[in-house]
Design a protein around this ligand. Structure first.
Ligand code: GLU
Length: 440
């Protein structure tokens, strides 16, 4: 067997390279959004500089024994952006594109999301740069456990609480919880379930957490539809990305009478003007890993996906998907950002110029962290809420945030709902900074 740690071993190179210069910086996009919001609420300069960088940037390189007996070194990140309003909170992403720039952007978005929804958490995000689908279950488990161990006391049930994100899921959270619990003293072991949220129901997860982000997307869309007089029943919907968030959004919208007419994912795109059954497609994707080959729709060239007419476009995959390359083809009345950062700044300007509405990510996809908060509360008090209760509380929380965005748009006379959402979040953070000051 090769010595896995010799200098010329390919296994010795940490997975993940810095974002190459051809890629726009996602953190630069996040910062420009932040600056616009900060201008709107006259955020003082000192607060701008504090909030424009994460508080902590943790990078861990750790080895994992693969099934063939060799070692592979993985690179993991945990970026803690702000803990002003409460413990750091945010998901962990498993994807080959994960890098420092991306995780910094995602961490800052968590801060604004929680502030906007009055969830008493700060913002964080983590990730490991690798393709989880290329590993066996055993390898994946060892990656997750070693990552948790490498983070050590940088995470904690009242300090920094991870959750699922792209590529990770409830099972990953259970492994994280179990690893963390086994690293604490016996007296603490039963009291650390809330170290992660998004767990399976059996291990302390919350009813409604799995569909929470998609459910939240629909609540926000309903609020907007009500405000502008748009009829969701009978509306046509196009969904890009059919993982946890995209599929839940599709199923719930279908129950509300909307029609899913196009879906795209990493493998390709499908369409059916009579409607694609989102429940059947969910089962198909679970079994086959993508929309490819789904018998209930027509296969189209992925380049033609954006031009399929639909009233509502839901980007629910990765960042930087709605770009200058496809924005001219998009015919939707409203773009609902179920993903984080799916619209590039120039595409956003193009959409705004022609009057297409954008419901911004920090509002629209906040359902995940809201129900994570409910899960954390249930774990802390050893309770189990029922699904109706969770859904009602989620709806009330998100509709309050939507109301705040509508109000501030009027007050500050601002057209962009993204700018308005930032203004709400930043105003709340400013008040707390003003009252708390900084130590010492
Ligand atoms: N990863 C999700 C997000 O981006 C959920 C985070 C959480 O529940 O903490 O909002």
């Amino acid at each position: 067997m090769n010595d896995p740690f010799t200098a010329n071993s390919p296994l010795n190179a940490p997975s993940g390279t810095p974002r190459d210069s051809g890629h726009a910086s996602l953190f630069a996009t996040a910062l420009s959004q932040f600056e616009r919001g900060a201008d709107l609420v006259d955020l003082p300069d000192d607060l701008r500089s504090i909030l424009s960088q994460p508080k902590n940037e943790i990078i861990v390189n750790f080895p994992v024994k693969m099934d063939d007996g060799r070692y592979r070194v993985f690179r993991g990140y945990r970026i803690q952006h702000s803990n002003l309003l409460g413990p750091y909170k945010g998901g962990v992403r498993f994807h080959p594109m994960v890098d420092l720039d991306e995780v910094k952007a995602l961490a800052s978005w968590m801060t604004w999301k929680s502030a906007l929804c009055e969830v008493p958490f700060g913002g964080a995000k983590g990730g490991i740069s690798f393709d989880p689908t290329a590993l066996t279950t055993g390898e994946l488990e060892r990656v997750v456990r070693r990552f948790t161990h490498a983070l050590g006391s940088n995470i904690g049930p009242d300090h920094d609480i991870p959750a699922p994100d792209l590529g990770s899921n409830a099972q990953s959270m259970v492994w994280m919880m179990d690893t963390y619990a086994n690293s604490t003293g016996a007296a603490e072991r039963q009291n650390v379930k809330r170290i992660v949220t998004g767990k399976t129901l059996e291990t302390g997860g919350s009813p409604g957490r799995e569909k929470a982000t998609g459910q939240g997307v629909v609540f926000c869309l309903q609020h907007w539809a009500d405000e502008v007089g748009f009829d969701l029943a009978g509306a046509t919907v196009s969904i890009q990305g059919f993982g946890n968030v995209g599929s839940a959004t599709g199923r719930i919208l279908q129950v509300h009478g909307a029609k899913v007419v196009a879906v795209a994912d990493h493998a390709g795109a499908i369409t059916d003007e009579d409607g694609i059954d989102a429940f059947e497609l969910t089962d198909w994707v679970r079994e086959h890993g993508s929309v490819a080959g789904f018998p209930g729709a027509m296969w189209i060239d992925p380049d033609d996906y954006w031009a399929v007419p639909a009233d509502v476009l839901v980007p629910a995959a990765l960042e930087n998907q709605v770009t200058m390359d496809n924005v001219a083809q998009i015919q939707a009345k409203v773009v609902v950002e179920a993903a984080n950062g799916p619209t590039t700044p120039d595409a956003e300007r193009a959409l705004a110029q022609r009057g297409t509405e954008i419901l911004p990510d920090i509002l629209v996809n906040a359902g995940g962290v809201v129900v994570s908060y409910f899960e954390w509360l249930q774990n802390r008090s050893a309770q189990r809420w029922d699904l109706d209760d969770v859904d009602h509380k989620l709806r009330d929380t998100l509709w309050r945030a939507c109301d705040a965005v509508v109000d501030i748009r009027e007050e500050l006379e601002v057209a962009s709902r993204r700018d308005a959402a930032y203004a709400v979040a930043l105003r709340r953070l400013r008040v707390v900074y003003e009252q708390r000051g900084i130590f010492p």
